[in-house]
Design a protein around this ligand. Structure first.
Ligand SMILES: Cc1ncc(COP(=O)(O)O)c(C=O)c1O
Length: 374
């Protein structure tokens, strides 16, 4: 199974014969403001502790998450990025069959299939705003026995929130008994008030997958966590290996959650710049922009324009700018690409490059060696 991810600048740099730093990466959606100021000192402050094992219970980090979300520590499990959590969930919860709403992060289907679970796919459509309608969820769930349903909120790569009726449905179904409702909320920090965490107290079988990667701009540190009713958290905790979250990651996570000013700055910046980038992209002839609420935008190429893989290769060849073509997302095709919202001057470079390539498409610029990467 070949899952393609954004942000694979190392492989691409090798293929293209350039350095990773030369690449302006719009393919991974990471806070463009970078990590919170002061984080570097926190990380180097931990240096002396690296000779010891990390706190096996990640107490400071869990306490910080608990305070931030006002959720009991018993309902929190921390992991080495949310990807590690995604791989433990099917085993910890004994999932034999799952319903996955796609398009979504490719690791879900892989993680569940590796554990031997049968995964049925429900494709959300552009007409639905890339979130499934309740009737469709109900219809598929009624047609078979499922142990888990996988949803993403905001969706990825479209960036749309679940509809109010779907949220009501989750709240009702989540009071159990029934399938586990596993909701990926790794981008919800960009609209925290939308998080389903407010319903957790009443829930029996809802679990939220969260991450520090996107909002705090620290994919390299690997911090993810589960928010779930205590009995689910306990089951998952039993599977996570000891010391999964390192000393520096624990300290960094706790530090990040205390940075209210940074958070407000990020939210204000992102709201403004996402709207601007969306407007300017939509002004380019043939591009349709989906209205996301996170730190990226999904774009559809109209007829007459080159497919996204060709566009990606042309832009990269001309400008060393990397966009994410979406053909590898099951449920999307080569008419879609995704871009992160970056700093204004970087977004201007992207807009100029797109305008340039789309007004003068030149297939000869396509670098065939990049076709399947990253
Ligand atoms: C929707 C979604 N969920 C989860 C992840 C995993 O993130 P991490 O393991 O860095 O927490 C990603 C990464 O791209 C993602 O896009």
């Amino acid at each position: 199974m070949n899952i393609v991810h954004g942000g694979n600048i190392y492989e691409l740099a090798t293929l293209a014969g350039c350095s990773p730093e030369e690449i302006l990466d719009f393919s991974a959606s990471i806070n463009p403001l970078g990590p919170p100021p002061g984080l570097e000192a926190v990380l180097s402050g931990c240096f002396g502790l690296l000779e010891s094992y990390p706190d096996i219970h990640s107490r400071r980090l869990i306490e910080a998450i608990s305070n931030f979300h006002d959720i009991d520590p018993a309902c929190i499990v921390v992991t080495n990025g949310s990807t590690e959590l995604i791989y433990w969930l099917p085993r910890a919860l004994g999932v034999r069959s799952a319903l996955a709403v796609l398009p979504a992060f490719g690791e879900y289907v892989k993680a569940f299939e590796i554990e031997g679970a049968r995964v049925q796919k429900l494709f959300s459509t552009p007409e639905e705003g890339f979130q499934p309608r309740v009737e469709r969820l109900e219809a598929v769930l009624g047609s078979g026995a499922f142990d888990a349903v996988l949803l993403t909120h905001p969706s990825s790569p479209a960036g749309s929130l679940l509809g109010a009726d779907t949220i009501d449905w989750i709240v009702e179904k989540g009071a159990g008994p029934g399938p586990f409702l596993l909701v990926d909320e790794v981008f919800v920090d960009f609209c925290e008030e939308a998080s389903l965490k407010r319903f957790l107290e009443r829930a029996q079988n809802v679990a939220l997958i969260r991450s520090f990667t996107k909002f705090y701009g620290i994919p390299g540190l690997r911090i993810g966590y589960l928010l779930a009713p205590a009995q689910i958290a306990e089951r998952v905790r039993g599977f996570v290996p000891p010391w999964s979250v390192g000393t520096q990651a624990q300290a960094a996570g706790a530090y990040c959650l205390g940075r209210q000013e940074y958070r407000l700055e990020t939210l204000a910046f992102m709201e403004k710049e996402r709207l601007r980038l969306g407007r300017e992209l939509a002004a380019i002839r043939g591009l349709e922009v989906f209205p996301g609420v996170a730190n990226f935008l999904l774009v559809r190429l109209g007829g007459g324009l080159p497919p996204a893989s060709v566009l990606r290769n042309d832009i990269f060849a001309r400008s060393r700018i990397l966009i994410r073509d979406c053909a590898s997302f099951e449920g999307l095709d080569d008419r879609y690409f995704r871009v992160a919202v970056r700093l204004p001057e970087q977004n201007d470079r992207l807009l100029a490059a797109l305008n340039d390539v789309l007004s003068d498409p030149c297939p000869s610029h396509s670098c065939s060696s990049l076709r399947n990467n990253p």
